[in-house]
Design a protein around this ligand. Sequence first.
Ligand code: HEC
Length: 442
Amino acid sequence: MDFLDKLVLPQSLEHIALLHYLATIILFLFVPFISLVLGGSILSLYFKRKGKSDENGFYTKFSKEVIELTTFTKGAGVALGSIPLLALILIYAQILHNLKLVTISFFVAAFILITIGLIFIYTYRYSWVFKSLFSSVKIEERETEYSTFANNVARVNRKSSLWGIIFLLIGSYFFIGGINLTLNPSDWDATGILYLFTSFSVFVKWIHFLTAALSLTGAFLLFIYFFWEGGKGIEDSGYKEFIKKTGLSVTLFFALFQPLFLLINLVALPSLALSSSVFGFAVISLFAVFWVFHLLYAMLKNSELHYSGMVFLLLVIASLTLIISEQASFRNVTKKQAILLSAEYDVTLKALKGEPIGIAEISGADIFNGKCSACHKFDQKLVGPPYKETLPKYKGDVEKVAAYVLNPTKINPAYPPMPNQGLKPAEAKAIAKYILEEVKKY
Ligand code: HEC
């Protein structure tokens, strides 16, 4: 996707932070929506097939209702399915600018596949309307032309759900592959589709997504039938019992997988990606899932159907906190990339303003006297260690020293941690160059 790379401009650190927030918000819309559509389609297709041999008609009725409820309106498919994906492609292209990750190509493939999948699913949804219309007409009254049309509709109804599900499944695999790649710098040189099929973590994440989607769909159905606006007030008590049983078992069965997958995904993260917010939000997610278990138990045992509102809310919270945790790891692994981009941004900005480019005019000596000399000498210990002792291990690598100064980490237990001096990337480079040059005199 070279053309996208040419389209984007390097950004300042503040803008990159903003892009991460935007990506999080868009994922908040996209992930729950696509989970419901996929979960709803799978359940609808399953019960439609089951309905063929069913006497009381519950399965077929449920199949039709499920797909209507989980797809909302036609507009939702575009607004919450396709457009967010397009926006994510642009945001990720900005954040990953110059890294040349295949993530962007995976996202583009996901966009195409998921859009086709959504078209199939919405065709399926609306074909139900015609199907019921035709089947309400008595056989004798049907003209031949009319019945071929009815047959066509029935065929569309049969085929479109299966194709829709297949496209959504493959599309989501590409999407998750793209996300997973961003979190694993050791795979960043992956160039093609092979990565999707050789990376075990992509597969695990995808199964995690599918089980979470089905669990969320089950909870959503319970919520709509029994809680939202006082519930649907189903007259037929047999049908009500059937929905309750089905909704509860789908929610519970697929929720049971969540803690395990969550832990596997955490363990699979490279250490670079870890931070307290990554863990913190994952723990909140885990907590929400355990609370769900507790409520589902009460619902099974005592028919406390009003808990369905809380169950759905908690599962939404569990998904959103996982998204935040994931985005936090994404920020962690791309920290260095963000600093490089903002350095490029400084240069671009200078060029636009007509100022001389380069870091030569930033005086390393000035920065040293202003910001470092209070704690550092070259040959003596002050608050911080003498440069003479710490710099040799960098072997003259300006970038490495600059990276440390921009983001000091704890190194020597004999010293307190060094506070971040809030330098611009170009300044960090200048001071790094200066001290590496000066230390040679000692
Ligand atoms: C408030 C005190 C303080 C200031 C100001 C300060 N440092 Fe430090 N610096 C420290 C301390 C303390 C350490 C030791 C940290 C450790 O080992 O965990 C350190 C360590 C270092 C190291 C060695 C890192 C290593 O790999 O062992 C370098 C290089 C360094 N500082 C550069 C700078 C530069 C450049 C500046 C000015 C922009 C600066 N420091 C400003 C306190 C300071």
